[in-house]
Design a protein around this ligand. Structure first.
Ligand code: 5GP
Length: 164
């Protein structure tokens, strides 16, 4: 993925916008594989409303409601910048659809999405990442930045939590 981004933006500067907190580890590894003049920013979201508890989530599958709330905005204008949004996992697509709108409003020169993982079978919004690490089935995964009730982010591998 780093090579692809390097090729696509050769001769230009880029800004990685990581989605907190899950994408932090992925961003730090990805950025080190991109041979471009790059800077970082971060954006934070949390779902609210009737999000299920972690244990329900595990049983019934993640089901964000679309009520996404911004907890941290980017620190600078993205106007005329080449922006690569870095996300841990693209699931229903609700979070990324919301965040893409926010960044789009800055009028960037280019806006791309890099997702470590993609669960296409769960999509509710028609949104695709431009760069995808791995397509995975509908399983609940943790590790390498991904959490279960804030735990397991520091596992070095991506692991499936069994639903039963
Ligand atoms: P979406 O809005 O696309 O449904 O959800 C995106 C967010 O849901 C991700 O950034 C991530 O925080 C969370 N998410 C979705 N699937 C999983 C999963 O399998 N494991 C974990 N830990 N989080 C997930």
């Amino acid at each position: 993925m780093g090579d692809e981004i390097t090729r696509d933006f050769r001769g230009e500067t880029i800004i990685f916008v990581g989605v907190l907190k899950g994408a932090a580890i992925f961003l730090s590894d990805l950025a080190r594989r991109v041979e471009l003049d790059a800077t970082f920013d971060f954006i934070g979201v949390s779902s609210y409303g009737n999000r299920p508890s972690p244990s329900q989530e595990l049983l019934s599958g993640w089901d964000s409601t679309g009520e996404v709330r911004l907890t941290k905005d980017v620190d600078q204008s993205m106007r005329d910048r080449n922006v690569i949004m870095v996300e841990d996992i693209l699931d229903t697509g609700l979070t990324m659809t919301y965040l893409r709108k926010i960044i789009q409003a800055h009028q960037p020169r280019a806006l791309k999405i890099a997702a470590l993982l993609d669960k296409p079978s769960r999509r509710k919004q028609a949104i695709e990442a431009d760069y995808v690490g791995f397509k995975i089935p509908d399983e609940f995964v943790v590790g390498y930045g991904l959490d279960y009730a804030e735990r397991y982010r520091n596992l070095p591998d991506i692991c499936v939590i069994p639903r039963n």
